[in-house]
Design a protein around this ligand. Structure first.
Ligand SMILES: Cc1cc2nc3c(=O)[nH]c(=O)nc-3n(C[C@H](O)[C@H](O)[C@H](O)COP(=O)(O)OP(=O)(O)OC[C@H]3O[C@@H](n4cnc5c(N)ncnc54)[C@H](O)[C@@H]3O)c2cc1C
Length: 201
């Protein structure tokens, strides 16, 4: 379980169960009730903020050094992107080496790695800006993207196709632009099923 802006799950196992019972979904409480607890200890991973360093803005960098993964940018782990970004960075490094060799490797790499980071950053930071208490520079398009993604996520609870689309983007197999294809947008924006209009003749 996770929480933000002070609404954190307790580290005491009893209170942890109670916290689960306050959630709008019952599945986690059910899992906790239906299984033996093997350890009283609740593992706790505080994460103070998303953080990004703009190495791509540098115009010189020491030879023989490179910065990848979380050391460039780290994202709220709840969105599960950091390992995907690190793996994609490895791929970008491979292509940069294959195309340019060692000349200016770091600067070439930072330029190419930027788009991978932008994608994860917009998703993570955009989602965190759903909370009014979130502070910091807002990437462009955050408000609209956040509202759209919230609606998409809500609809994905009951729409398997949307859920699959969303997961492929979260797992960084597909770009976020794939969520703005007409077929997907229609599923997100169409009115809910239960709003039948009754006609009387
Ligand atoms: C609670 C939590 C859950 C997460 N869940 C997910 C998830 O579901 N999916 C996902 O994709 N990502 C997830 N992430 C993010 C993911 O773990 C990181 O983005 C990823 O591990 C970054 O890889 P990295 O190699 O850049 O850094 P790291 O994995 O942090 O590796 C850096 C390594 O450098 C070592 N090191 C540090 N300083 C020194 C030093 N001075 N000398 C030598 N070694 C040093 C560290 O010990 C560490 O082993 C999660 C993160 C957290 C905190």
């Amino acid at each position: 379980m996770h929480g933000v802006h002070g609404d954190e799950p307790p580290r005491d196992i009893g209170q942890f169960r109670e916290f689960a019972s306050t959630l709008q979904i019952t599945e986690l409480e059910g899992i906790l009730d239906g299984h033996d607890i093997l350890s009283e200890e609740v593992a706790y991973y505080p994460f103070p903020s998303n953080r990004r360093r703009y190495y791509e803005n540098l115009d010189r960098f020491p030879d023989g050094l490179i910065v990848v993964g979380d050391a460039i940018a780290s994202y709220n782990p709840i969105y599960g992107q950091g390992m995907s970004v690190a793996a994609l960075h490895a791929l970008v490094l491979h292509h940069t080496l294959a195309e340019n060799g060692l000349g200016d490797l770091a600067l070439q790499f930072f330029d190419k790695a930027e788009s991978v980071i932008n994608t994860a950053w917009l998703m993570a930071v955009g989602a965190d800006f759903q909370f009014a208490q979130t502070t910091g520079p807002k990437p462009r398009g955050t408000g609209l993207m956040g509202r759209y993604l919230s609606r998409l996520t809500r609809k994905a609870h009951t729409d398997r196709k949307l859920a699959e689309r969303l997961f492929r983007v979260i797992m960084m197999e597909k770009p976020p632009t794939s969520l703005f294809r007409p077929g997907v947008m229609w599923r997100v924006l169409k009115p809910p099923h239960h709003s039948h209009i009754q006609t009387h003749e």
